[in-house]
Design a protein around this ligand. Structure first.
Ligand SMILES: Cc1ncc(COP(=O)(O)O)c(C=O)c1O
Length: 386
């Protein structure tokens, strides 16, 4: 079963070694050792959802209009993807690409989760090493485990969760050389940023490692690697982008992998021919054509972030509010209790219990200023400030 959001999956390293009741149907050992995901979190509608870093107001009205216009014929036939790669490239030209992209450099996936899964499937062999950071997005780990890979997750450094650049550089050049390096930039959930120039240097220094940059929250920092990179010169760099979060299409599932055409081809070989459905394709075209909507949502979130950061500073509570559309806060009371009381008040947030460096904290997504004001009023009621 897939989780509602794999970042919320329990640590799969706690796999259950119990004997199977039906030994004959055992899956690959790597799969048998994966911890079963908890059921998707249901009942989130009508609540203020500050738990999965989604867009909190929904996609562009043009997306909804385009979906309403879908015909019976379009539903009856298999999805067609013509022009979608070009539409993404046209959209990206707005950020100023130094080297133009070719459609063959764009892979289409059923969400970035599916792209991540495909990358591991195509490139991760049993015994290969995955190098990543901790804490970070939770889906890299089970994907590596499915392949039987060794995982090395280097912790962020200091009270501000600085990027462990020296340690990553050292590990990249040491034996065994990592097959994959996964960097979420800015990182979910610490917001840690790494300059795009450093990412290109890392990839250049490790030509035998596929360096994957997960840019899901890049819209909030504006430091994408895409404007700078030349994938002919740095073929081992792959960039992930999604319409799930900022553009508000999480329910439709569509994401992209952008890189060297040969790498994109290999990663695309391990997906099904029609993995992305027609609704997602229609929505993606409409969303990519209305960048102004996404830009204004991002501006709203950044304003809301300033507002909530001001409140957190006055409160004296430990907090960390950098990078993406989320922040971390350490309540004086038990995080699980605060999470549950906020839920009773109609507000969802995520406890970071058990995550490296983040025990006792909550991750709160940032929406509009009005939504953060509502959150803060509820917070005031349930948390005893210092
Ligand atoms: C860093 C990161 N990467 C990827 C994903 C998954 O994105 P998508 O919804 O496109 O599958 C998420 C969602 O939480 C995320 O936080």
């Amino acid at each position: 079963m897939q989780p509602a959001n794999p970042s919320e999956a329990a640590d799969p390293s706690e796999a259950d070694d119990a004997k199977l009741p039906w030994g004959a149907l055992a899956a690959r050992p790597e799969v048998e050792h994966l911890k079963a995901y908890s059921a998707p979190l249901e009942g989130r509608r009508d609540l203020l959802r500050l738990d999965f870093n989604e867009n909190t107001i929904g996609p562009s009205p043009r997306v909804v209009e385009a979906l309403r216009g879908i015909s019976a014929e379009q539903i009856a036939i298999y999805p067609e993807y013509d022009g979608l790669r070009e539409a993404l490239i046209a959209n990206l030209s707005g950020i100023g690409l130094r080297t133009p992209l070719d459609p063959a450099q764009v892979g289409l996936f059923n969400g970035v989760d599916a792209a991540i899964h495909a990358i591991f499937h195509a490139y991760g062999e049993a015994g290969d090493r995955l190098l990543t950071t901790a804490p970070t997005f939770g889906y890299y780990t089970p994907c590596a485990q499915m392949q039987g890979m060794e995982i090395l997750a280097l912790p962020y450094e200091g009270g501000h969760f600085d990027f462990p650049l020296g340690a990553i550089q050292q590990t990249l050049s040491a034996e065994p050389r990592p097959r994959l390096l996964l960097i979420c930039n800015p990182n979910n959930p610490t917001g840690t940023r790494l300059a795009p120039e450093r990412l290109i240097e890392l990839a250049t220094a490790a030509p035998g490692t596929l360096v994957v940059v997960d840019e899901l929250y890049e819209a909030f920092t504006g430091d994408s690697v895409l404007p700078l990179v030349d994938f002919a010169a740095t073929p081992n760099l792959l960039v992930l982008r999604s319409l799930a979060k900022t553009a508000g299409l999480a329910g439709l599932r569509i994401g992209f992998a952008i890189g060297n055409a040969d790498v994109v081809d290999r990663v695309s070989r391990v997906t099904g021919p029609y993995d992305i459905n027609s609704f997602a394709v229609t929505a993606a075209f409409a969303s990519l054509a209305d960048q102004a909507y996404v830009d204004s949502y991002v501006a709203e979130v950044l304003q809301a972030r300033d507002w909530i950061r001001g409140r957190l500073e006055v409160s004296g509570l430990r907090h960390h509010c950098e990078g993406g559309n989320y922040f971390l806060v350490w309540p004086d009371a038990a995080a699980a209790r605060v999470e549950s009381e906020l839920r009773q008040a109609g507000i969802l947030v995520r406890s970071m219990q058990g995550k490296t460096l983040l025990d006792g904290s909550l991750r709160v997504s940032i929406g509009t200023t009005a939504q953060m004001q509502r959150f803060w009023q509820a917070w005031d009621r349930v948390v005893v400030h210092r």
